[in-house]
Design a binder for this molecule. Structure first.
Ligand SMILES: Cc1ncc(COP(=O)(O)O)c(C=O)c1O
Length: 285
């Protein structure tokens, strides 16, 4: 029995539906041996996947980027997500999909003729509550030590794991990572800043994972009349920002009100955050 999870919840593994506690993969699965795989996280509200098209686009992009061929059509991925959601008893859910290169003799290069491992589980989605929305999050700045293909949603997440652990050990909620003095992203979220009413984010290149909320928040900003610019953002600009925000599937959009022990702006969630937050909620409703 795995602690802290619903061992009886039904997961999908390689064509079978079975209880989470009984789902097993080989020790020679390349996901286990090399972290050779990709994943996707699709939030769903009241049984309806949110921005599923964009999530499936990214899933297929990730698979292509690392040369995994599942033979699955777009319709099959969509059916998997919808099918798993139908089995979910939760009001709001998170659908986790993982694909690894499969099980093979341990050898770095791609094995031939191997069937990818396909896994999917659904967990309850607790939307951010009033405390996080109104009081905001705290964060520390850390150097980004990850590889140069951060645009791939890879299960090789050691850099992200170590980053998040630094936040835990520092007693804060998040990390804000910098590569060569420029803002990249959080441990598992995108980071945004606001200066003089303009929303800024790093360019979505190979140094960050382009979150599904990366485009979505730009769309919300546009509707709210907030100008948006994507460009390199030096650390000094982050430190002098009026507002800092983070976005991800499960945190949606949240304010970071303290960075390295210093208040961001006046130390309270700012007006651009409030506008985006309200627009996000409205969209979900
Ligand atoms: C490293 C990283 N950046 C950004 C994001 C945000 O992506 P999304 O908005 O699709 O959740 C995530 C999400 O988990 C992530 O792991």
């Amino acid at each position: 029995m795995i602690p802290d999870v619903d061992n009886d919840s039904i997961v999908y593994l390689n064509g079978q539906y079975l209880p989470l506690g009984q789902a097993k993969v080989s020790v020679l699965d390349r996901g286990f041996i090399y972290g050779d795989g990709i994943y996707e996280v699709v939030p769903a509200y009241r049984g309806t996947p949110f921005r599923m098209e964009a999530h499936l686009d990214r899933l297929q992009r990730s698979l292509r980027a690392i040369g995994i061929e599942t033979g699955w059509t777009r319709a099959q991925w969509e059916e998997l997500v919808r099918d798993m959601l139908q089995r979910s008893p939760h009001e709001n859910s998170v659908v986790y999909v993982q694909v690894t290169r499969g099980v093979a003799k341990r050898d770095h290069a791609f094995p031939k003729g191997v069937t990818p491992t396909i896994f999917c589980m659904v967990t309850p989605f607790q939307r951010p509550g009033p405390a996080q929305r109104e009081q905001g999050l705290t964060a520390i700045s850390i150097p980004d030590i990850r590889w140069l293909r951060c645009e791939i949603k890879s299960v090789s997440l050691l850099g992200n794991v170590l980053a998040k652990q630094q936040a835990v050990e520092a007693g804060v909620d998040e990390v804000v990572q910098f590569r060569d003095g420029y803002l990249s992203e959080g441990a598992s979220c995108n980071i945004w800043i606001v200066k003089d009413g303009t929303l800024l984010a790093p360019i979505a290149d190979n140094l960050i994972l382009e979150g599904i909320r990366y485009q979505f928040l730009q769309q919300l900003a546009k509707t709210a009349g907030v100008p948006f610019v994507a460009r390199q953002i030096p650390q000094s600009e982050v430190e002098a920002a009026d507002e800092i925000m983070m976005s991800s599937a499960t945190k949606e959009v949240l304010p970071i009100v303290q960075l390295d022990g210093k208040p961001v702006g006046d130390g309270n969630p700012g007006p651009v955050y409030s506008a985006l937050r309200a627009a996000y909620d409205q969209f979900v409703e």
